[in-house]
Ligand binder design. Structure first.
Ligand code: SF4
Ligand code: ZN
Length: 285
């Protein structure tokens, strides 16, 4: 198999695009797609101060690396969730990444808010998600960042969308837009610069760029049921995921504006979900 662009020996075959590429041409192809998404969907504004959230995994590391290659100025944020060795390893990897791409790194610890994910009983992932969003938003706002970039992939977005539709909660799909503008001054805008890229493409990019990667999964990762469905559709209909995320057109859903009576952050209820989680831990200690 030969590279479609330069004729050298191909290294990767991207079924979604029906194209085979050598390593160098793949990297160029990857950069071009991300660059085009950023322009087309106005993912960043000229005067944005960008905070890039990194976990140590392939997707967010690939995002940080490609944003740097495209000449964006930004800082990195990592949240240590307190998940045994997994968190320690993640932390080591983001530190290596920050050195490699020469971007400054902020590390925050969930422990400082009174609990860790290891201590959570029951729905760890949903609490983890709430905690990450809360801490990222607060840190970004207090440090005058105007936008937070997260490494959501095309599969993440497709799975999230299908799950919400199936659960009758289409309004949550506003979280899937390439850029979500804040509905309140206490909320920082969110972007998903690699929303068109698949996990496989991120992995190939990360390997070819020799990025430091944490390969093991979080010990609390649930069965990726919706993801499995998405993988299966993609296997049968190559290109589905890419077309799906491009085709998503969602209305900006406006929540009623309220502030948490404990911490003052924006909340849809009297007490925000993060403070409700914290109070459970604090009262049990
Ligand atoms: Fe948090 Fe682990 Fe669940 Fe990811 S898999 S949301 S890191 S608990
Ligand atoms: Zn080539």
């Amino acid at each position: 198999m030969k590279c479609r662009k330069c004729g050298k020996k191909a290294l990767v075959n991207l079924k979604a695009y029906r194209i085979s590429l050598c390593g160098d041409c793949f990297l160029e192809f990857y950069r071009r797609i991300v660059e085009r998404s950023i322009k087309k969907y106005r993912i960043f504004k000229n005067d944005d101060k960008i905070l890039v959230a990194v976990s140590g995994g392939k997707d967010s590391s690939a995002m940080a690396s490609v944003l740097r290659e495209l000449g964006h100025d930004f800082e990195l944020l990592h949240i240590d969730l307190g998940i045994y060795d997994y968190s320690k390893d993640s932390r080591d990897k983001v530190k290596e990444l920050s050195k490699l791409i020469e971007k400054s790194l902020h590390i925050l610890e969930l422990r400082d808010y009174g609990f860790t994910i290891s201590e959570v009983k029951g729905k760890k992932c949903s609490i983890c998600g709430t905690a990450k969003r809360y801490i990222m938003n607060r840190f970004a706002r207090e440090n005058r960042f105007t936008v937070i970039a997260t490494g959501h992939t095309a599969e993440d977005i497709t799975a999230f969308y299908l799950k919400n539709i199936a659960g009758g909660q289409k309004e949550y799909s506003e979280k899937l837009l390439p850029r979500t503008e804040p509905f309140d001054e206490r909320v920082v805008a969110r972007t998903r610069p690699i929303f068109e890229m698949s996990e496989k493409e991120n992995m190939i990019y990360a390997i070819l760029k020799n990025l430091p990667l944490k390969l093991e999964e979080c010990p609390f990762a649930p069965n990726p049921d919706w993801k499995e469905i998405v993988y299966e559709i993609e296997r049968r209909k190559p290109g589905f995921v890419k077309n799906f995320v491009r085709g998503i057109a969602v209305e900006q859903h406006r929540f009623e504006k309220k502030y948490c009576s404990i911490c003052g952050e924006v909340s849809t209820r009297e007490i925000c979900s993060f403070c409700r989680i914290r109070s459970r831990f604090i009262s049990s200690k």
